[in-house]
Ligand binder design. Structure first.
Ligand SMILES: CC(C)(COP(=O)(O)OP(=O)(O)OC[C@H]1O[C@@H](n2cnc3c(N)ncnc32)[C@H](O)[C@@H]1OP(=O)(O)O)[C@@H](O)C(=O)NCCC(=O)NCCS
Length: 436
């Protein structure tokens, strides 16, 4: 059996001529035009990034390496007696494009096990931070603190061929991912469970071990696996993925790049939206004295939020134009495991009420729910009620996709990213408002 690294190298060798040919022979072919609205408006729809790890169709949602979410959940191997696949298998899929066998999954799990020991100085640093520091700040700082461990940074100093950059990035990827469940669970137990740390169990898989260290019984292991897989990647243009790609394009190593991408994920319009959803629902819950609002009452809460100039968290998307399949996957899990939960009933009611209101208001291009509209409710049900922590869970998952992308960026020799900026004067000239 070829190891993951051997398999990856084989794929890289096959892929390189395609990229080289495109640049050499077709480099002048136009991909798209860019309008002033796009230049000012956050580059929406500008086709200027390449990734083969995932693709986001506006109407179909995400495909990981060509597979839809239900296909990924069905095809990847699962731990015995579990509903959700091994996260390790998803790592293999994202890196190679192939569905791994049980043995190939076991090899990745073994690699993670060997590399999972978190240096003591990371815990010491976390303990030195004020306890009320946001968990995303702690998570990002913990990863940044390990930058001294980077294999790539060391190899670069020693001198390494550009063709081989992907190899130490791959080593950094496995070393870093292997430690993320322990760091995330440590932050959780230190901050919110009176500093009662649960040591890892080396016999468990990525998701199972995370649930164990969180101190939460089954089926939270499946929630963890589902959550990490669903959040892993959403093509390259979203803030976290793009930040990781951009930072690493300067040959900053993975520790720098992943810490930076987490800082982008921590924004309320991006990953932090899942915390905002729960905060918002809790507000309604309190106003309603714990009872489920009627449809009319819920509509009023939604309009009140919009009329106060705020967004409805968990709804809308920059690319998607239908219900996010990551929302649907979580909804199916909730319908099976927590159909009577009061907060799930809220989410269910919002699914009914919000889209027509956003359509009536006529601003949001996508009135449908995104992944964040559902994530918090499942966590809440299983006892993770400190919603500040939800984005850390998102971050563990997203790191898998961003790392995979960066390894491939180096394998295909993508250069440092450097778009060109213009001045407002120049745009006015281009628009014909002002003469030069
Ligand atoms: C995700 C999001 C940031 C995408 O932004 P975008 O690409 O600019 O979205 P649109 O092009 O549809 O925005 C057009 C307008 O609709 C508004 N809009 C979009 N989603 C909205 C929502 N959920 N509630 C209210 N208004 C919304 C925008 O604020 C914008 O208003 P403006 O013209 O006054 O600035 C946006 O939908 C949003 O803020 N959603 C809520 C936060 C969230 O759930 N984030 C997680 C995303 S995975």
């Amino acid at each position: 059996m070829a190891t993951l690294k051997e398999k990856l190298y084989e794929k890289i060798e096959q892929w390189r001529p395609r990229t080289q040919r495109l640049v050499k022979e077709y480099g002048d072919v136009k991909v798209c035009d860019v309008t002033i609205a796009q230049v000012i408006g956050g580059m929406r729809g500008v086709k200027c990034l390449v990734t083969d790890i995932s693709y986001l169709d506006p109407y179909e949602g995400i495909r990981f390496r060509g597979y839809t979410i239900p296909e990924v959940m069905e095809k990847l191997p699962k731990p015995p007696g579990c509903e959700m696949p091994y996260v390790e298998g998803h790592v293999y899929l994202l890196l190679t494009g192939d569905i791994p066998t049980e043995n190939e999954v076991a090899e990745v799990a073994e690699e993670f096990k060997k590399r999972s020991q978190v240096p003591q100085y990371v815990f010491d640093m976390l303990r030195a931070m004020p306890r009320d520091t946001h968990p995303m700040t702690m998570f990002s700082a913990a990863i940044l603190s390990m930058q001294r461990e980077s294999v790539f940074a060391k190899k670069y100093r020693e001198g390494i061929s550009k063709m081989d950059y992907w190899d130490p990035y791959f080593e950094d990827m496995l070393n870093l991912l292997a430690k993320l469940p322990t760091i995330a669970a440590y932050i959780y137990r230190m901050k919110y469970r009176s500093d009662t740390i649960i040591p890892p169990d080396p016999n468990l898989d990525f998701g199972g071990n995370f649930a164990h260290m969180m101190g939460i019984d089954k089926p939270y292991d499946d929630v963890a696996r589902m959550y990490f897989i669903l959040h892993s990647d959403h093509e390259s243009g979203n803030v976290s993925a793009h930040t990781g790609h951009l930072v690493a394009s300067a040959l900053s190593d993975l520790y720098y790049a992943i810490s930076a991408m987490l800082d982008g994920l921590a924004g309320p319009l991006h990953g932090l939206a899942n915390q905002e959803v729960l905060r918002w629902i809790q507000g309604i819950y309190e106003k309603m004295g714990g009872k489920i609002p009627t449809e009319e009452e819920m509509k009023k809460f939604v309009w009140d939020t919009l009329n106060a100039g705020q967004v409805i968290p968990g709804f809308g998307h920059a690319v998607l134009r239908k219900t996010d399949p990551r929302y649907t996957a979580q909804r199916e899990f909730a319908l099976k495991h927590l159909p009577d939960d009061p907060l799930f009933k809220y989410v269910d009611l919002l699914y009914k009420v919000v889209p027509p209101i956003l359509q009536e208001q006529g601003k949001a291009k996508n009135p449908w729910p995104n992944v964040d509209a559902h994530s918090g409710v499942i966590q809440w049900y299983y006892g993770v009620r400190e919603y500040d922590f939800y984005t850390v869970l998102f971050g563990v998952g997203r790191a898998i996709g961003v790392c995979s992308n960066i390894v491939w960026d180096r394998a295909l020799g993508y250069p440092i990213e450097r778009p060109k900026s213009v001045t407002t004067d120049m745009l006015e000239e281009i628009a014909g408002i002002k003469k030069s």
